[in-house]
Ligand binder design. Structure first.
Ligand code: ATP
Length: 459
């Protein structure tokens, strides 16, 4: 078993192999030997990742005070001068002269303690030198200094430079926020731990613009809001905590910062950063662009540069947290002591890639025909009425019913719908629940609303 005490996953490799075997995550360019730290989301993974993004997007943009944005990855190079990334977005890189291992000096315990190579233990090391993490490319046909553009290392700057566009087009008054989901790129020195730290990743960031003086309260409010989000989607409380940044650890732009940490199998690590960025970014962009990004408060007839509270979470990292938190192995061995381990992904139904699987008990034509009709009812909803629900649903007719249940347990499908020999007579199916394995007999014409209710009642 790879569960530690309190059913906590202790070994990331268990997930890496499940993710590959069941089509959640594959190594990028695998047939060419893979590309380091890049991953592809497979049939189930892409659906689940979409669900993660939708959960976050809805939590943000269904508030009356947050609007959405989808800015370009490539931005004017001056943006990154203004933000401080060209000059300061770097990590200290150390080379081991013996084994040629390269590592990030600020992140490697053995180096910090004894200035030894974490790979071979040698003390024959280079001095740390600053390595800029931004990926560069060229825009247009000429590859010279003047055509350099950067792949954005964070999505936030797309929001700052669009602050006035969003504010004037929506006529929002401060305080209000702008939310964005998108790819970011960092040439990390030491990526790894599966999708925890990669060089291409997706961020879900929200910048909340407030009047200076109200920023500390907004910071506290967002801490609570974000923690509630994780609770709502079922992450276990004992695996979550806040970790404030001390004065010496604050980023150049930050007045205050706290990490939401998750207890990954690799230990407590940052899941989300919540930052009080003060008026740093807007002021910098005013300085570098020469354009005003001030807000005019019509009630008090005053102008000011807003302060910004930022919430920034990696979509891939949250995806990993959901998988780690959901994974469990149940020992269902009988008295005779036979080994029987049930692997379950107890994902929240909104996050689970599939909501239901339709399983005919046998491959007889009549069962298969009915099962396909039921699959369609579930996939498309009934009579176009949204109230009856439509779901991401799959169909499986191969292997014994027990095996098929287990296949669905392992990918987190909350409901299995079995069509059996009674179905034609009573127009009912058996609905089996992932977590309790309890079974209910449900009329086919009630099935969509039964599943919808079941998903809504999930706690
Ligand atoms: P770290 O200290 O882990 O490098 P950071 O403090 O630089 O992260 P932020 O710039 O605050 O991270 O980014 C916000 C969020 O984006 C992080 O909390 C994390 O979830 C995600 N993130 C950052 N870098 C990566 C990466 N290389 N791979 C995957 N996700 C990342």
């Amino acid at each position: 078993m790879t569960n530690g005490p309190s059913n906590r996953l202790t070994d990331l490799n268990t997930l890496v192999s499940l993710a590959k075997r069941r089509g959640f995550v594959f190594q990028s360019s695998e047939i060419y030997g893979g590309l380091s730290s890049c991953w592809d989301y497979g049939p189930l993974g892409s659906q689940m990742k979409f669900n993660v993004k939708m959960a976050w997007w809805k939590a943000m943009t269904r508030r009356p005070d947050v609007v959405g944005l989808d800015a370009a990855i490539l931005m004017a190079p001056m943006v990154w001068k203004a933000s401080g990334h060209v000059d300061g977005f770097s990590d200290p890189l150390v080379d081991c002269k013996e084994c040629k291992h390269r590592f990030r000096a600020d992140n490697t315990e053995s180096y910090l303690k004894s200035r030894q190579c974490p790979n071979c233990g040698s003390k024959n090391l280079s001095e740390p030198r600053q390595f800029n993490l931004m990926f560069k490319t060229h825009m247009g046909p000429v590859e010279d200094q003047g055509s350099i553009v950067y792949l954005r290392p964070e999505t936030a700057q797309g929001i700052f430079v669009n602050f006035i566009n969003c504010q004037t087009s929506t006529r929002h008054k401060i305080p209000f926020g702008i939310a964005q989901i998108g790819k970011s790129f960092r040439n990390e020195i030491t990526p790894g731990n599966f999708i925890f730290r990669t060089r291409e990743f997706e961020q879900m960031e929200m910048q909340y613009f407030v009047k200076p003086g109200t920023d500390e309260k907004a910071f506290e409010d967002w801490k609570e809001t974000r923690m509630n989000f994780y609770k709502r989607f079922g992450l276990r409380l004992e695996n979550l905590r806040f970790q404030p940044h001390g004065p010496g650890e604050l980023a150049h732009y930050a007045k205050a910062a706290v990490d939401v940490q998750y207890n990954f199998p690799i230990g407590w690590s940052e899941l989300e950063g919540i930052h009080n960025r003060s008026d740093f970014d807007l002021s910098q962009h005013m300085k570098f662009s020469g354009k005003s990004l001030e807000y005019f408060d019509e009630v008090n007839k005053e102008k000011f540069v807003p302060f910004v509270i930022e919430t920034a979470v990696g979509c891939d990292r949250l995806f990993l947290a959901f998988l780690c938190d959901a994974y469990r192995e149940e020992n269902l061995a009988d008295e005779k002591g036979g080994e029987d381990v049930r692997v379950v992904l107890g994902l929240h139904p909104e996050i689970a890639p599939l909501k239901a699987a339709v399983l005919p008990l046998s491959k007889k034509d009549e069962l298969i025909g009915t099962a396909e009709k039921i699959r369609l009812r579930l996939a498309e909803g009934v009579g176009g009425e949204a109230a009856t629900g439509d779901f991401d649903v799959t169909y499986d007719e191969s292997a014994s019913i027990g095996k098929r249940y287990r296949r669905q347990d392992e990918i987190g499908t909350p409901f299995c719908v079995t069509v059996d020999f009674q179905t034609a007579a009573d127009q009912k199916v058996t609905v089996r629940h992932r977590d309790t394995m309890k079974q209910d007999r449900v009329a086919i014409d009630q099935l969509n609303s039964f599943i919808l209710q079941g998903l809504r009642n999930f706690t």
